[in-house]
Design a protein around this ligand. Structure first.
Ligand SMILES: [Fe+2]
Ligand SMILES: [Fe+2]
Length: 396
């Protein structure tokens, strides 16, 4: 089964990386065979290594932004203070995970936990696989703060820097931290998942990092985060909708609340890129094209649980089947960003800039065509065991 999937993905046309991640492409035949062995032997093999080496092997480009543009970001600090920091919420007005969870200090704690578990019983396994994947993605937050602080001109130079970009990054991280925290505690209390396997996956993922191809370049970085915040807004919104359909209104509220945060973050990041388009349309459209040609790699693309070498592919396939995050969503996000930044209306571009403009404007239609062809070829009925839910099988 694993071998079949490997061959299937490696022969597929290039699609956005969430749908057809490139993980499979570098795997040696040894890995493919290994994935058909019993989980215990794979875990024993993993025990011999202190860490799992990064899985992507494409060339890593660094510091691609010309140094003179670093000055431009310094000049934008006052603008960011007035226009970006306003999208943060004061801590005293923020929700906290505890607002959505049984209160461990209350008399009724056990009863509240039992109610939560009763509601969770009505929710199917495949939903839990997707919710776990989303939670693990949120819980790898140290990686995302690191990634933001790789960017030239906007990084937090001291860890407590007073410049607007650094203030944003720390406060954004602090807001995001509530997402993984809430989902993690909910899943723990639900009793539906193998927490140890989930925790191992988080440890592996943070150890692996991520490779979004943003090259220390804040143009690329902020285009990436604009895309990602919208992607998470869509996926948490869809897990909210599905929880509601399964009759769990409290779980729906929890996911919906996280989605609302993602939306606020999307507004901030897209505003930064809008400003870059205003100051430097040529440079920004070229970076937009570059990010789109590379495909937006999902933040958790290196996820691994010690057993499944194609865990991210499998999680993505379930998310796609349930309609939590699909190739159509990917196309919709590109279309949204093209419209949000008025890319079609850019004027005064060089020949190269115009080519980039044409490429990104035509991209949503191209993704949709590829997606339709991939859907037509997709095989029905394969199931995969997920360690996160005690190796119960879930349809891809
Ligand atoms: Fe988040
Ligand atoms: Fe986010």
């Amino acid at each position: 089964m694993a071998l079949q999937f490997h061959l299937l993905t490696s022969q597929s046309p290039k699609l956005p990386s969430f749908a057809m991640p490139q993980l499979a492409s570098f795997r040696s035949p040894k890995f493919v065979v290994a994935s058909t062995l019993r989980s215990t032997s794979r875990e024993v093999e993993a025990l011999k290594k202190p860490f799992i080496p990064p899985r992507e092997v494409h060339p890593q480009v660094t510091h691609s932004m010309p140094p003179q543009k670093i000055e431009m970001f310094k000049c934008l600090e006052d603008w960011a203070a007035e226009n970006i920091l306003v999208h943060l919420k004061p801590v005293e007005r923020c929700w906290q995970p505890q607002d959505f969870l049984p209160d461990p200090a209350s008399e009724g704690f056990q009863e509240q936990v039992m109610e939560l578990r009763e509601r969770a019983k009505e929710v199917p396994d495949d939903y839990f696989v997707v919710l776990v994947g989303d939670m693990i993605t949120e819980d790898a937050l140290p990686t995302y703060q690191t990634m933001l602080n790789t960017m030239d001109g906007v990084r937090d130079e001291t860890g407590a820097s007073l410049n607007s970009w650094a203030i944003w990054t720390r406060a954004w991280t602090a807001e995001e931290n509530r997402h993984g925290d809430l989902l993690n505690k909910y899943l723990y209390l639900s009793g539906r998942v193998d927490m140890r396997q989930v925790e191992k996956t988080i440890q592996y993922l943070i150890g692996s990092g991520m490779d979004p191809g943003t090259e220390n370049n804040p143009y690329l970085g902020f285009i990436y985060t604009s895309f990602q915040e919208r992607a998470t807004f869509i996926s948490h919104g869809n897990t909210a909708r599905l929880a509601m359909e399964n009759g769990d209104i409290k779980l729906a509220q929890l996911c919906g609340t996280i989605a609302a945060d993602e939306k606020r973050h999307e507004v901030a990041y897209t505003k930064i890129v809008e400003k870059l388009f205003e100051i430097d349309p040529e440079g920004t459209v070229l970076c937009f094209e570059d990010m789109m040609r590379k495909n937006i790699t999902m933040p958790a693309h290196m996820m691994y649980d010690g057993r499944d070498n194609n865990l991210f592919d499998h999680f993505s396939a379930v998310a796609q089947r349930l309609g939590v995050y699909t190739a159509k969503d990917y196309a919709e996000i590109v279309e949204f960003l093209v419209g949000r930044w008025k890319v079609e209306r850019l004027t005064g571009l060089s020949g190269e800039g115009q080519k980039a403009q044409d490429y990104v404007c035509g991209l949503p239609a191209r993704i949709r065509r590829l997606e339709e062809r991939a859907q037509a070829r997709a095989k029905e009925g394969r199931t995969i065991p997920f360690s996160w839910i005690f190796n119960r099988e879930v349809k891809l």
